[in-house]
Ligand binder design. Structure first.
Ligand code: MG
Length: 160
């Protein structure tokens, strides 16, 4: 088995659509970024790559490349999983925490969880998404940014 950790932080920016865990959350301020700025999928993708010893998101999908401008971050996760599966690993589980002062995410957690499981091709029980507010402290607590942390466990694919 192999474990990986991923972290990310994006600044909130007016005029952007908020996308978290592959889910568009309407009527909220979005996140600044070269891609769709899905901070949760970025953290999970980094954890997947980390568990397999395959570097990080920035190395595979550099923000200096025009082709990733406005990219759907779902593509980063599915491509990272394809790479680790090629190496003989499958996703055992993912656990993640999103830190946001706003919006309140409780109502969206189940949808994010289902979407991530769907993208990863695993059962929803293998994915967990939690939310924490920032308690008014730091940039997240002041409502200037949203952060995410993820832990991923990979296990050796069964031999057939
Ligand atoms: Mg990011």
């Amino acid at each position: 088995m192999r474990v990986g950790i991923g972290e990310d932080l994006h600044r909130l920016e007016d005029g952007r659509t908020l996308v978290l865990g592959g889910v568009r959350i309407e009527g909220e301020v979005g996140l600044a970024g070269h891609s769709d700025a899905d901070v949760l999928l970025h953290a999970i993708t980094d954890a997947v790559l980390g568990a397999a010893g395959k570097g990080d998101l920035g190395a595979h999908f550099p923000s200096s490349e025009e082709r990733w401008a406005g990219a759907d971050s779902s593509l980063f996760l599915t491509e990272a999983l394809r790479m680790v599966e090629e190496g003989g690993w499958v996703l055992a589980n993912v656990d993640a925490t999103v830190r946001a002062e706003r919006p309140r995410l409780a109502a969206h957690l189940a949808t994010m969880r289902e979407r991530i499981a769907e993208l990863a091709g695993v059962n929803v029980e293998q994915v967990n998404v939690k939310a924490k507010s920032g308690e008014g402290l730091d940039a997240i607590g002041r409502g200037e940014a949203i952060g995410a942390t993820a832990v991923v466990l990979l296990e050796a694919a069964p031999r057939d």
